[in-house]
Write a protein that binds this ligand. Sequence first.
Ligand SMILES: Cc1cc2nc3c(=O)[nH]c(=O)nc-3n(C[C@H](O)[C@H](O)[C@H](O)COP(=O)(O)O)c2cc1C
Length: 440
Amino acid sequence: MVLAANANAAGSHVGEWRHPDAWDRPAANLQNAVRLAQVAEAGKFDLLFLADGNGVRQLDKPDLFRATSPSDRPGVFEPVTLLAALSMATQHIGLVATATTTYDEPFHVARRFASLDHLSGGRAGWNLVTTSNPEDALNFSHAEHMARDARYPRAAEFATVVKGLWDSWGDEAFPQDKASGTFLLPEQVSMLNHKGPHFQVRGPLNAPRPPQGHPVVFSAGQSEAGKDLSAQHADCVFAIEGNLANARKLYADIKGRLSKFGRGPDDMRILAGVTIFVGETEAEAEALFQQLEDLVSPAVGVDYLSKMLGHRMRDYPLDGPMPVFGDEHVGHTGIGKGILSLAYAEGLTVRQTYQRILPQMGGNMFKGSAGQIADLMEEWFATRACDGFMIAAPVVPTGLERFIRLVVPELRRRGLFREEYEGSTLRDNLGLARPAGRFP
Ligand SMILES: Cc1cc2nc3c(=O)[nH]c(=O)nc-3n(C[C@H](O)[C@H](O)[C@H](O)COP(=O)(O)O)c2cc1C
């Protein structure tokens, strides 16, 4: 079972940073990030994951803007820069950062992640996103966000170019032999000469081939186009589904698409995103859950719901039914649609809907004692709802420490999780093959 830690130092619940156990001053705090990485590595987690975007969000939602939500990240490090620092403070754990194919250049992305892979000895991963926040566009000379139909073809070409650049050199292309004066082998470099609709890139990349061949590519799209992109290019997929039946369906759907691209089901790991509230007892987990809910005012909760749905929810009565939205717009993702269908199915009010989604950011939540959590994880894993989990722990770092102290030993007892890292690279630990490259 793969275990990944969502490494947002501000946690995953909107109320969390205010909790007495939460870190003080979590904005751009290197010491916190180092500690979190070391905690996750001591628990033998496969990887740390840093979500990212390029715009300060919620400027139009005064209460949420002031209180902030963990997924808005108004004061964080650029993720690859942070992971470069963390690579010096860790030895085994994978380091996965997000970069956008919509507002970046493939050459820059290939170069940054090749560098991170070298710095970390083969532990880098790139979370490929097409950018979920429409306002990021305004920081990149665009008046509005690129539409989804345009973003995904660009993303597929972007990934092809990045991988091509990573294969610029043979693995032994830099002998750096003082005696013969041979720094590099010219026969082990290839030009990319890519000419496509979105990018023209000659190459080669100005970095030796990454230790992993290709840093591990992650992706999270759940639209049709997003799933196809994952099947074509991703080694790992983050999937968010609120229940076991839907997660199994999504798992089969994404894995079923791999053969279209000449790949097999074992060439990809699917990680279910889940927020885990664990206590020594079920009652302790429930108490923490309630404490966090109480730290969020209705004004902040409603703003948060507006953010998740892309609609101004202040315009509707707090204790009235959820309004019916039929329109599709650019900020409206699969996550937003999932929230709406849940609210309609259960007849929730606006207040009940925000209360329902706060703890799991519109995704999934496991809550209970260690045994109960391990049962759920085992069931999801054994019934092919996922190959592992992307875990958000409420209240950082104590939530992650508690998970490692209480749940990890239980998973080990059941033979579901490693005692020691299997290899030295992230690919080794995930059991993924190293791409051969152009100079086998
Ligand atoms: C676990 C998870 C993490 C994500 N992280 C990011 C992120 O860091 N940055 C971002 O722009 N989008 C992120 N997304 C959003 C996805 O990239 C994608 O836009 C979203 O799931 C909607 O998918 P679709 O565009 O295929 O509808 C994330 C999604 C999930 C499920």
